[in-house]
Design a protein around this ligand. Structure first.
Ligand code: GTQ
Length: 347
């Protein structure tokens, strides 16, 4: 319904002439979509692991992974409750899989990332390759790939799921399909994709067929080693400390076209300069502790906590001890469309 604002005297024209014909006057609403700066329902928030772990573990007493299909507690942004999203364009959740459980095979057009938060030894299988996951690993499930998860270890495993669900919904391109069996057959050994594509090598006649990285698991040991090696000589970026982005070795772009993923090291007592960017970002604390000033709020974080920084919110991070932060956002989408912006202050 039209709310007269600019020209209340035109209300009869809006109501009687325009409205019945599904027409609406732009001049009443132009200010709402031609804004000086972005405005978002997304709010800054932190899920401290110590406050939510029990609730997550309790879900395993109430429903099996198979019954649930995916036993996930959604990280719902408090500014967008009931909309199953952590930012306007992205979904995040914590998935729990207990020893002996299987989350059955399916595929969907939404792309997913897994970032391993707790546990060791469970697997994800994507299109015929299994990867055994360890804390800090970043694992890809590209759009429309068959995937199932299983836990053959003797401990629970928890990972962060990041999906482009709201983005795909906006584009009306959601498709999904269950696999006829619980598990999709394995056709290649674990580590196959890393060996073929993750060593600065590729099979000689390899041709890039998809916008997704051919590497399936980016192991934390390697990422951590890269940061530690850089630390010896690299200058600290004033806004980011040492920050790496995960790339698709085929083209240097993000590992998946809709999900940008990053890993950064902040040394003890490092205080980043004020920074903002248009891509609302979800952080997962891998090591260490610290605090973040986001807008006018302060969040204390430590290992396994998750927090979200909204679009264009002023952010500053301080590490109490050496800290490693994983993060993800829709940055590659914004960059492809020429929309991404950042503000580094004077840095
Ligand atoms: O593991 O396939 O958090 O399909 C949400 C939807 C995880 C998954 C989620 C999914 C999955």
């Amino acid at each position: 319904m039209i709310v007269a604002d600019v020209r209340p005297d035109l209300m009869p024209y809006y109501k009687e002439d325009c409205d019945p014909k599904n027409l609406a006057p732009l001049w009443e609403v132009l200010h709402s979509f031609a804004r000086k700066e972005p405005k978002s329902d997304c709010q800054a928030y932190i899920w401290q692991y110590k406050n939510i772990r029990d609730t997550l573990m309790k879900s395993a007493d109430l429903i099996t992974a198979e019954q649930a299909e995916r036993r996930v507690l959604i990280l719902e942004n408090p500014g967008m409750r009931g909309r199953y999203r952590v930012t306007t364009s992205l979904f995040a959740g914590l998935q729990l899989i207990m020893p002996g459980e299987i989350a059955p095979a399916h595929r969907h057009t939404q792309a997913a990332l897994r970032f391993i938060v707790e546990g060791s030894g469970a697997y994800t299988a994507v299109n015929g390759e299994k990867t055994i996951m360890e804390e800090g690993d970043f694992v890809l499930t590209p759009s429309w790939t068959w995937h199932d998860h299983g836990n053959e270890s003797n401990q629970p495993m928890v990972w962060l799921d990041g999906l482009d669900v709201p983005l795909v919904e906006t584009l009306d391109t959601t498709f999904a399909e269950p696999y006829p069996d619980k598990i999709h057959p394995t056709t290649r050994p674990s580590g196959d994709s890393l060996a073929r594509y993750g060593m600065g090598l590729a099979p000689v006649d390899y041709e890039q067929k998809s916008p997704n990285s051919p590497i399936f698991n980016y192991p934390y040991v390697r990422t951590r080693e890269a940061l530690e090696m850089m630390r010896k000589t690299e200058e600290w970026d004033l806004c980011h400390g040492l920050k790496l982005r995960y790339i698709n070795p085929d083209n240097g772009q993000s590992a998946m076209p809709t999900l940008g993923t990053f890993m950064q090291l902040l040394p003890k007592n490092f205080e980043t300069s004020n920074y903002k960017s248009t891509d609302a970002t979800v952080f997962s604390v891998v090591e260490g502790s610290g605090k973040s000033f986001i807008g006018d709020q302060v969040f204390e974080w430590s290992k396994r906590d998750h927090f979200v920084v909204p679009c264009w919110a002023q952010q500053k991070h301080i590490a109490n001890e050496d800290a490693v932060l994983f993060s993800f956002s829709d940055r590659p989408v914004q960059q492809t469309l020429g929309l991404w912006r950042e503000d580094r202050g004077n840095n």
